[in-house]
Write a new protein. Structure first.
Length: 253
């Protein structure tokens, strides 16, 4: 994984197809997933970008679709949840990738003693994935990763580890944010457009890689090694970069 160029991205173009991570990209990360706060300015920005781009904007998150809908109230816009395992297209159709429920249940049950002994860890059951958060206990990072890796090895059933910012997640193998981008780009209104992917975390690298293959615009938010071609420093800069494209169209109408 390369360190990534630290250049500012080109001006946003409303003819592009936009794929946006949520936590750490459009919203500042909180101590727990439920602690984030959504402001009206963000909801307005998402709605305006969706309309101005002709519907070629999708949110692609590690959160579940139901969580995203509860958080953002966006029930008509394209969204992919759980790293692409569930996806709503521009026509409102829901697509789901199969997950091994017995393996997930076995891991969840095996985690119970660890959670009881380490109250700083939080297990989030998203439906198709399990996310072990240690943001409240960062000293348990190595332990959490070893534990989840061991449990996957024990069940041995098509699962893989997805690391993130102070979280380690168990998910079905072979499906990620990159595959979600590819699926959207095969459909209208995304087909034929230059793809843009913006994210901040390790799980967004799949999206960057897919966009790079297509000579698109990949943007990493914040520091750290990345294969993204461009950088923006923080959530506020992401919002300003997106809003800049909208200023252009609003000035001409």
């Amino acid at each position: 994984m390369k360190s990534g160029r630290k250049t500012f991205p080109p001006r946003a173009n409303l003819e592009w197809a936009y794929f946006l991570d949520v936590d750490g990209t459009l919203l500042d990360i909180a101590d727990t997933p439920d602690a984030v706060r959504v402001d009206k300015e963000l909801l307005d920005l998402i709605g305006r970008l969706h309309r101005a781009s002709g519907g070629a904007m999708a949110l692609i998150s590690g959160r579940s679709l139901s969580d995203l809908e509860g958080l953002l109230g966006q029930r008509r816009q394209p969204m992919a949840g759980q790293h692409g395992l569930e996806r709503r297209d521009a026509a409102g159709r829901l697509w789901m990738h199969a997950a091994p429920p017995a393996a997930k249940l076995a891991i969840k049950e095996a985690l119970a003693p660890a959670l009881a002994n380490h109250p700083g860890m939080l297990l989030e059951d998203k439906g198709l994935t399990l996310a072990l958060h240690y943001r409240l206990a960062p000293h348990l990072a190595a332990y959490a990763h070893r534990l989840m890796t061991t449990l996957i090895s024990d069940v041995g059933s098509g699962l893989e580890i997805q690391s993130g910012k102070r979280v380690v997640e168990v998910k079905p193998a072979g499906i990620d944010k990159g595959t979600a981008v590819a699926e959207y780009l095969a459909e209208s209104p995304f087909r034929g457009r230059t793809p843009v992917f913006i994210g901040d975390d390790l799980n967004d690298e799949h999206g960057f890689a897919e966009v790079n293959k297509l000579d698109g615009v990949s943007i990493k938010v914040g520091g750290g090694r990345s294969c993204a071609r461009y950088r923006l420093p923080d959530v506020g800069s992401v919002r300003r970069w997106l809003a800049d494209a909208l200023k252009g169209i609003e000035c001409t109408t």
